[in-house]
Design a protein around this ligand. Structure first.
Ligand code: BES
Ligand code: ZN
Ligand code: ZN
Length: 492
């Protein structure tokens, strides 16, 4: 879907569908007031995402009006704009209209400015326009809205254009990551993902390096290789770099890329096992973030690392009880082969720390326990640094990919001390599962400032969402891109 900005008065808007956003209890534009005059309160009252629609019958220069409620102004949140734009695109799609305009309300929700408001509308519309339809063969039953215009009569059109550009880059990067994440494991194996990374590197002029099994063996990445050894798919570690060689502050993003997580010998129950094709979300988010950061031309150097493996049970698979040595020399007792994400991240994080960045952010669908703690409305944040945490939390409020920080006190570290190696990959106590997973990762970052985002379950949409369809959510792409934009650009 294409996005554009139009400077226009509401009463002069043209086209097929125009959506008018309206706060409950406020007077809308005169033309809308006339139309809503005889409408019963029960029918339309301006409640959040309540709609009233009608053909304008020549009373206005466009054909069809949709009034979308934003709820009470004092209770409104910036994300309501994404939801309203998402609704506008879904509504237009259902009516098989190719284009839609959304008129920006004069009063903005608190905590937002005009640039961010336009950005949010663009994001909501674009995110709602993505659906995974690639594998449906009855193409004539599919319909896509092709254009969304955000319109306003404001004098601040420069800010509006900036908001549109930022929103378009952010949401397109998220949709790009979603489209890759939605590919099932029989297609999206490490080799295929490497091809996607190569295309991205070419398009965005990123440096790329691909480490194969032999190279990783030489480097001593035995934790990653142990996870991969049960699968017929060869593992890969992909390193992308933006602004390579430039004298700019370096950051690293690392994403768990388990193309399918069967659990290995500690096999998962079969119900919902298919959802483990989304266990590569962290890595797909890395691709989305590299794309967004490059297109936004952020003044940083950025390394993106994607450890890619498939976790399968077989005659060559690792066994519970195996002991392996990670890239930083620490030994790990593998007590559960389903706690594989932390094993591949161990090597990738140790490698990231070796690059001496200002900070590392990793994203991983790491634990079922985080779903129990936070459900689908928050990402678990674990960090050894106040500054990095603060920026991520702020970014989460802005992008509505909200995070909640959990403790990583050394007491929890005691829970993963092993009998026969330095650490074990699970705590048999079975308590504080997300925290002990984070404590495990912490062993591999040394003194580097680091934040870990546990994105399990928020990474795919299972239940109705105001602007994300069923399937990969791409949640994390806008969050981390925004955090990178906020993080210090000088050593300190
Ligand atoms: N990929 C899973 C975590 C997960 C669960 C992601 C649900 C998305 C939805 C991870 O590799 C895993 O299996 N973790 C285990 C750890 C346990 C063995 C300590 C878990 O959470 O059960
Ligand atoms: Zn697992
Ligand atoms: Zn996993």
């Amino acid at each position: 879907m294409e996005t554009s900005f139009a400077s226009a008065d509401f009463a002069r808007m043209k086209g097929e569908i125009v959506c008018y956003l309206h706060y409950q209890g406020t007077k809308p534009d005169k033309a809308v007031q006339r139309i809503l005059k005889g409408v019963k309160k029960e029918r339309y009252d301006g409640k959040l995402l309540q709609t009233f629609s009608c053909d304008t019958g020549g009373k206005l220069p466009f054909r069809h009006l949709v009034v979308i409620g934003l709820g009470k102004k004092e209770e409104s949140e910036p994300d309501f704009l994404r939801r309203a734009a998402g609704l506008a695109v879904r509504y237009s799609g259902a009516r098989k209209e190719k284009s839609v305009s959304v008129f920006l309300p004069k009063d903005l929700p608190k905590g937002t400015d005009i640039k961010k408001a336009v950005q949010s509308l663009c994001e909501g519309g674009l995110l709602a326009s993505y659906r995974c339809t690639e594998f449906k063969t009855k193409k004539d039953e599919l319909f896509e809205v092709e254009k969304m215009a955000v319109a306003s009569n404001t004098k601040q059109s420069k800010e509006c254009l900036e908001g549109m550009r930022a929103g378009t880059i952010m949401a397109e990067a998220q949709n790009y990551a979603r489209a890759l994440d939605d590919q099932p494991a029989n297609i999206a194996n490490p080799k295929k993902i490497a091809e996607w990374a190569k295309s991205l590197a070419k398009e965005e002029r990123l440096a790329i390096e691909i480490f194969d099994r032999i190279r990783m063996k030489k480097m001593g990445m035995d934790a990653l290789l142990a996870v991969a050894q049960g699968s017929a798919q060869e593992p890969l570690l992909i390193k992308l770099e933006y602004n390579k060689g430039k004298r700019l502050p370096l950051y690293c993003v690392v994403g768990k890329g388990v193309t399918f997580d069967s659990g290995g010998i500690s096999i998962k129950p079969s119900a919902n096992m298919h959802e483990m094709k989304y266990d590569k979300t962290g890595a797909m988010n890395v691709l989305g973030i590299m794309r967004a950061v490059a297109r936004l031309r952020l003044p940083i150097r950025l390394i993106g690392l994607m450890p890619l493996v498939e976790n399968m049970p077989s005659g060559s698979a690792q066994r519970p009880g195996d002991i392996v040595k990670a890239y930083n020399g620490k030994t790990i007792e593998v007590l559960n082969t389903d706690a594989e994400g932390r094993l591949i991240l161990a090597d990738a994080l140790a490698y990231a720390a070796e690059q001496e960045p200002e900070g590392i952010i990793d994203m991983a669908t790491l634990t079922g326990a985080i779903v129990v703690s936070l459900g689908r409305h928050a990402i678990g944040l674990f960090s050894n640094d106040e500054g990095v945490s603060e920026k991520i939390i702020e970014a989460g409020e802005e992008t509505h990919e909200r995070v909640w920080r959990l403790p990583i006190w050394s007491d929890y570290g005691e829970m993963i001390k092993a009998d026969f190696a330095d650490i074990k990959n699970i705590s048999e106590q079975g308590e504080a599962g997300s925290i002990t997973a984070a404590m495990f990762l912490k062993e591999f970052v040394g003194e580097t400032k680091w934040a870990h985002l546990d994105i399990a379950a928020v990474n795919y949409v299972k239940w109705p969402h105001p602007y994300l369809d069923k399937g990969a959510s791409g949640i994390g792409v806008r969050l981390v891109t925004e955090a990178l934009a906020k993080l210090p650009k000088k050593k300190g």
